[in-house]
Design a protein around this ligand. Sequence first.
Ligand code: PMP
Length: 440
Amino acid sequence: MANETHSLTQEQLNSWWMPFTPNRVFKTNPKLYVAAEGMHMTMADGRKIIDATAGLWCVNAGHGRKEIADAVHQQLMDMDYANPFGFGHPKAFELAHRLATEIAPEGLNRVFFTNSGSEAVDTALKMARAYWRARGQGEKTKFIARHKAYHGVNFGGVSVAGLTPNRKNFGPVIEADFLNHTLLPENAFSKGQPEHGAELADELERIVALHDASNIAAVIVEPMSGAGGVILPPKGYLEKLRAICDKHDILLIFDEVITCYGRLGASCASVATGITPDIITSAKGLTNGVIPMGAVMAKQEVYDACMQGPENIPEFMHGYTYSGHPVACAAALATLDIYKNEKLFERAGTTAEIWQEGIHRLDGLPYVTDVRNWGLVGAIDLEPHGEPGPTRGQQVAAKLLEKGITVRAAGDTLMMSPPLIIESSHIDQIFDAFEAVLKS
Ligand code: PMP
């Protein structure tokens, strides 16, 4: 596919060591974005592409939102930076309060700021250990996570990640054990949360017995995994995890880096499902993806436990130079205003029905082995062709790009998570393109 390099030299192309990208392949045929607006990205050759992934699950209010740009500009002029260690600024407190009252489920009312989802995960893991230590149970250090999980790329997150390629080259990690994932063949072509598999949560009892609850700090799961291939929680599954954690006095962490901020038709998956964890991690949609920022929302008892001990020293020896960065806070506040004023979470819930109809038009098409959706999320599994080179999923993604749609291919799974402003005309365009490509 023709795609100009925007006058970049090969040396310039070689200089950026790109993340999660096959660099050598990319640099022989670079795909460059040069502009973005609303539902679309513009490529270097001038073609406008429907962004069916909202960037990387983050541009929930659509690209190029002037309200956010204005807030960022104003904040840069008013106060570009403020040291967060021992000092505060009003917008960070205002934002924390809005997250506690408008986004988190009831009870998670203490908010810690990070700069990414990976940092949010590592912060949450440290909070869990610090909580037990503060309560005199410092031996509760192990984590239980899940196969195929993605929790970012820092060492904590990699330790609890169930995607082997993301950890196998990096040596020793911290101790964790793993539950099975919940992608079951009997749930193929399900709509919303699948019917079968709640009992998979019972495996947690076996793992707890193996390690003993006195050694376990927390269970961490994505209520819906994204990077692992859009893996949905069967009905009743998260409820069971919550009950087993309660029974054994183990904290439950929901990694909501992709599910927070409206994608499932509610502020977060916890609110959508009615299951309240002890800690939630979030990022991405918090600032509509425009400024890096994450937020960890914790139950007050987690915060309170850490507040014991002598005054005049920091209670939680953790934080980042850019925690609660004023410009990120301004972007987040403007983003929350858009979500609220345009009722985007409710809108996502309504549009999800049209999305569901659209994506299930693909059921029964050649090579399609599963189609699943929840809220404004969708995944299509294709039959592998079993030959070396690009997977069938990658081949289909490349054809879709030629037709003006960008989706994410993980092996033979194609994933989508469009901006919440998506309209039915875009949904038609996306699935018309899919039908055409799969039939050809
Ligand atoms: N947790 C989950 C569930 C994610 O999906 C991601 C990113 N896709 C992360 C953590 C890491 O976020 P970041 O890339 O901002 O570090």
